[in-house]
Design a protein around this ligand. Structure first.
Ligand code: GFB
Length: 311
């Protein structure tokens, strides 16, 4: 990629979009365009088409999405499916029509069947039923990755997709109920420490396994793929670092400095039992994650503390 080319990052205020902008700037890219959701509602087709006609970016990173943790996903399937389908269809189609040279679409490891063989290989897509708690989000992400793939195969566009594992890091959403597990627990353990609460409740049974990737590592992978990959086949982007929710809770308690006890609330859903990806395809191309879970959690907690000072 040429450092002066115009790159549109959709979703620049989110955790993923903001990390991608940090990485692009670090690597010398200066001509980055973005719009807030107030300035440009990506679910509105005509507005998205107008934006592409006016801006004519050379490359696009599609990191905009309605996201949330297990509870938000299971309570609002309508919004998760509709918003994410609209965003993906509008941006990918308008980019193709406006002559965008390269587009990177971001999905999630929840696209795979609930009981697919582990570690999850790209070939397992659409071989079985999805995990019900995130079916709506997964269907929208599968539609987006397929649209990208079809533009690539049928129309020769350099449109590609990356499927990261569960992400965490700066600019995460710390909502008590709608967030993902890491920001949710950072907040809960931090508040328990401040209030000298003896017990913290962690959702589910503690037995599910998750693979976590620090968002700056994902951002490096995205810029790497934009510069070096053109294949129609989407790629897994994971750290290979798998942990049970019980061990994760202990790690977060240690990071935050909470010394009370942890209780599991089995009335809350566990979700998929295991979700570790095989990332050998992207590793063979030359990318590998750098940040250990310990180190990443420390950085995430620091950024949570900074954010709580500001707000
Ligand atoms: O992060 P999380 O919502 O993502 O939950 P998923 C992961 C696991 O952590 C589940 C448990 O087993 C939860 O029950 N958990 C424990 C908690 N305490 C908490 C808590 O305080 N908050 C949250 N959120 N979980 C999402 C999907 O599923 O993963 C999305 O719903 C997306 O579609 C995202 O793919 C990456 O891995 O279960």
């Amino acid at each position: 990629m040429n450092q002066s080319e115009k790159i549109y990052v959709a979703g620049h205020r989110g955790m993923v979009g903001s990390a991608i902008i940090r990485e692009l700037r670090k690597q010398g890219y200066q001509n980055i365009v973005f719009r807030s959701s107030q300035e440009l509602d990506l679910s509105q087709q005509t507005k998205v088409e107008q934006f592409f006609k006016e801006e004519r970016p050379a490359s696009v990173v599609l990191a905009a999405a309605k996201v949330g943790g297990i509870l938000a996903n299971s309570e609002q399937p309508t919004e998760f499916l509709y918003q994410n389908l609209m965003i993906a269809s509008n941006v990918i189609h308008a980019a193709a029509t406006a002559g965008v040279e390269k587009l990177l679409f971001l999905g999630s490891s929840c696209i795979y069947p609930k009981f697919a063989a582990q570690p999850l290989q790209e070939e397992s897509l659409l071989t079985g039923a999805l995990e019900p708690t995130n079916e709506a989000y997964a269907i929208a992400k599968i539609a987006g990755l397929k649209l990208t793939e079809y533009y690539n195969r049928q129309h020769g566009k350099k449109f590609i997709s990356a499927m990261p594992s569960n992400l965490y890091g700066p600019e995460d959403n710390y909502h008590p109920d709608h967030s993902h597990v890491i920001p949710g627990l950072i907040r809960r353990f931090h508040e328990a420490k401040i209030n000298n609460a003896p017990v913290v409740k962690v959702w589910g049974t503690g037995t599910p396994l998750r693979e976590f990737l620090y968002v700056d590592d994902l951002a490096e992978a995205c810029v790497f793929l934009l510069g070096s990959y053109q294949g129609a086949q989407f790629l897994n982007v994971g750290s290979g670092q798998e942990v049970t929710i019980q061990n994760l809770a202990q790690l977060i308690a240690k990071t935050v400095g909470f010394s009370g006890s942890v209780q599991f609330d089995a009335s809350k859903p566990d979700g998929t039992p295991r979700k570790v990806m095989d990332s050998s395809k992207i590793q063979q191309l030359g990318w590998k994650s750098k940040t250990s879970l310990d180190e990443g959690l420390k950085k995430a907690y620091e950024s949570f503390l900074q954010k709580s000072k500001v707000s």
